[in-house]
Ligand binder design. Structure first.
Ligand SMILES: Nc1ncnc2c1ncn2[C@@H]1O[C@H](COP(=O)(O)OP(=O)(O)OP(=O)(O)O)[C@@H](O)[C@H]1O
Length: 596
């Protein structure tokens, strides 16, 4: 997509100045109200982009949270005579509580299932609003909410004018923009993008994906409820039909048409959808049809939304390679000792069956610290299943996985990654829309401790980021990838992407790296480079378990080898012995000639 506008700081200054000056230029209540509504819609679109754009969660029920916020504020203000500020804050809290409940299944489900769950939630909310008549006014609606229009809205004892409310709304929009921007441009945001890119790869980098999805969904619900409260105060009237299913579609459409994963996208979406109804006067009654058509066609014509015409990608902090960086690779030296030859990983009687199909049968395997251990065997012999059992993707039907003397059989993928088991994938799982540097930094996730504090530019937060960026550059240099640091990783040649996955895997200082068919699809030159990369890992004391079909390549590289056939171990020992083992030869060439 050709960028037409460079959305820099200056553009933001122009935009903020316009918002500030607008009430002086347009002294018209109707237009002030419309631009205030646009601000509220922008908050909704940011809340949706936060989950949909980054962590890839699909909510078809945000209209429900919008309604909950609006009605909480409306009821507090009309029945209990709360003023604006406490009503607004409490509505966000109630939104967070409902978000936290609805988000519970989000830990386990995603995509279609989450969409269905949220649809059900939105329908329940609307039914509840209709039934709880004494509180909500039922289908008749909730009237006389203090509003700037009626002149009854109070903030700190003072009446809030329409212009005053306009400024309040846009200050909140600005705070949300800063919040989302800071979060997204931190390790937290990279974790969310990684989850959106590949949940399994994110987990394998030590990211507790369930936790991140839960927190993000809950925050998004709270923000949406806050927008609902603003809407109630702006309009002064609420009715359940405003928040029907089409409202949830409307919110999703705003975020999509504006453009997901972008700081300007939600503003563009909000501007279009705030003013569209005016333009659609002629199509009265067919609004939903028009929204649907816009959604369909915008997805075909501009799949990344209108924001794709803008460039607002913030480059990561650059750390010059030659600046105060030690020459040594900062892998945690306590973890590695090339001399230490103790047992690091042990599989005890592992069996894995998928229905009636036994993929791995009674497998015992021992891997020593610092060795390159090859796992080979014909197609379907259970190699990937074994790697998946070690990394935690599959739980074995029987048997134990012992890592560094501890039984880790029941641990989740991210917990194993945190302990020091990292991996690459048979089919590349590079995080899309991220540079090589950003991809590699996701691998450093376990080194970050700031949590939500990343939204504040404190010294600790900055230092943590700088330390990890420096380390990422060093890892890139170590693997000869430094020239690609700022390239979008998925746009690089396949062979380079494979090495990027290795770089990402070693950023967390793992004890063990699992490489699943790293040489598949590579040219002979790329295979040679990969071989050198693996030897470099060994030099650093990193244990490598590698699955490979290029037998000669892997037997030349490996210190020891395990051979599987139909899920059973037929050989474990030195590569030179494997070459002459009768069973191994039969499996590979069906004869008695030594493997080349
Ligand atoms: N998720 C799954 N569900 C059902 N069957 C599976 C699953 N994963 C693997 N299998 C089956 O288990 C057996 C071993 O598969 P696995 O992928 O571990 O073999 P492999 O040695 O890695 O093969 P390849 O070299 O072709 O990648 C195969 O028969 C496969 O069809």
């Amino acid at each position: 997509m050709k960028r037409i506008f460079k959305y820099t700081k200056i553009n933001w200054t122009i935009f903020i100045s316009m918002i500030l000056l607008l009430p002086f230029v347009i002294q018209n209540d109707y237009w002030i109200q419309m631009v205030t509504l646009m601000g509220i819609y922008a908050i909704l679109a940011y809340a949706m982009d936060f989950i949909g754009g980054y962590s890839g969660q699909v909510s078809m029920g945000h209209g429900g949270f919008y309604a909950i916020g609006a009605y909480t504020a409306g009821i507090l203000a009309t029945k209990l005579h709360f003023s604006f500020l406490p009503s607004f804050i409490l509505s966000i809290l109630v939104g967070l509580i409902f978000g936290a409940i609805v988000a519970l299944p989000a830990i386990h489900v995603s995509g279609f299932y989450l969409a269905m769950e949220t649809v059900a939630f939105a329908l329940i909310v609307v039914t509840g609003l209709e039934r709880l008549e004494t509180l909500t006014g039922g289908v008749q609606g909730l009237i006389d909410i203090p509003s700037p229009t009626l002149g009854t809205l109070k903030l700190l004892g003072l009446s809030v004018s329409k212009v005053g409310f306009y400024y309040i709304t846009w200050i909140i929009v600005l705070l949300i923009v800063i919040f989302v921007y800071k979060l997204i441009h931190s390790y937290y945001g990279r974790a969310l993008s990684a989850i959106g890119g590949s949940e399994i790869a994110a987990e394998s980098m030590g990211i507790n994906t369930g936790y991140y999805k839960y927190i993000t969904f809950t925050l998004s619900a709270g923000i949406t409820a806050g927008a609902g409260a603003l809407y109630g105060f702006l309009i002064g009237f609420l009715s359940p039909e405003i928040f029907g299913f089409s409202m949830s579609v409307f919110i999703l459409a705003m975020a999509l048409v504006g453009g997901m994963k972008s700081t300007v996208g939600p503003l563009i979406g909000a501007a279009i959808f705030a003013f569209l109804p005016q333009t659609l006067q002629a199509f009265r009654g067919a609004n939903n049809l028009v929204y649907g058509l816009i959604l369909m066609f915008s997805y075909i014509i501009i799949p990344k939304g209108l924001a794709a015409f803008f460039s607002d990608r913030k480059p990561l902090l650059k750390v010059k390679l030659n600046e105060s960086i030690t020459a040594n690779i900062p892998f945690n030296s306590r973890r590695y000792s090339t001399e230490d030859k103790r047992l690091i990983l042990k599989l005890e009687g592992i069996t894995k069956s998928f229905g009636g199909n036994i993929a791995v049968k009674q497998l015992d395997m021992e891997v020593m610290q610092g060795e390159i251990h090859a796992l080979i065997g014909p197609n379907g012999s259970g190699k990937t299943t074994t790697i998946n059992i070690i990394s935690g993707i599959h739980e074995p039907t029987e048997g134990k996985v012992i890592f560094n003397g501890t039984d880790i059989t029941k641990l989740k993928i991210h917990q194993r990654a945190q302990l020091g088991i990292s991996r690459t994938f048979q089919n590349l799982r590079i995080f899309p829309d991220m540079t090589v540097l950003e991809n590699v930094l996701v691998g450093a996730h376990v080194n970050y401790k700031s949590g939500l504090k990343v939204i504040f530019d404190t010294k600790n937060v900055k230092d943590e980021e700088i330390r990890n960026i420096k380390k990422a550059y060093e890892v890139l240099e170590f693997l000869g990838l430094q020239d690609y640091a700022d390239s979008i990783a998925t746009e690089l040649p396949y062979g380079i992407q494979k090495i990027v996955e290795v770089a990402r895997a070693i950023m967390s200082d793992p004890y063990v790296v699992l490489l699943d068919e790293p040489a598949a699809g590579l040219t002979s030159e790329e295979i040679e480079r990969l071989g050198n990369t693996i030897l470099k890992l060994k030099e650093k004391g990193i244990t490598v378990i590698i699955i490979e079909h290029h037998i000669d390549f892997v037997l030349n590289l490996a210190d020891r080898v395990t051979v599987l056939d139909f899920g059973e171990k037929i050989f474990e020992g030195l590569p030179q012995d494997a070459r002459h083992d009768q069973k191994v030869k039969e499996v590979y060439i069906g004869g008695d000639v030594a493997i080349a």
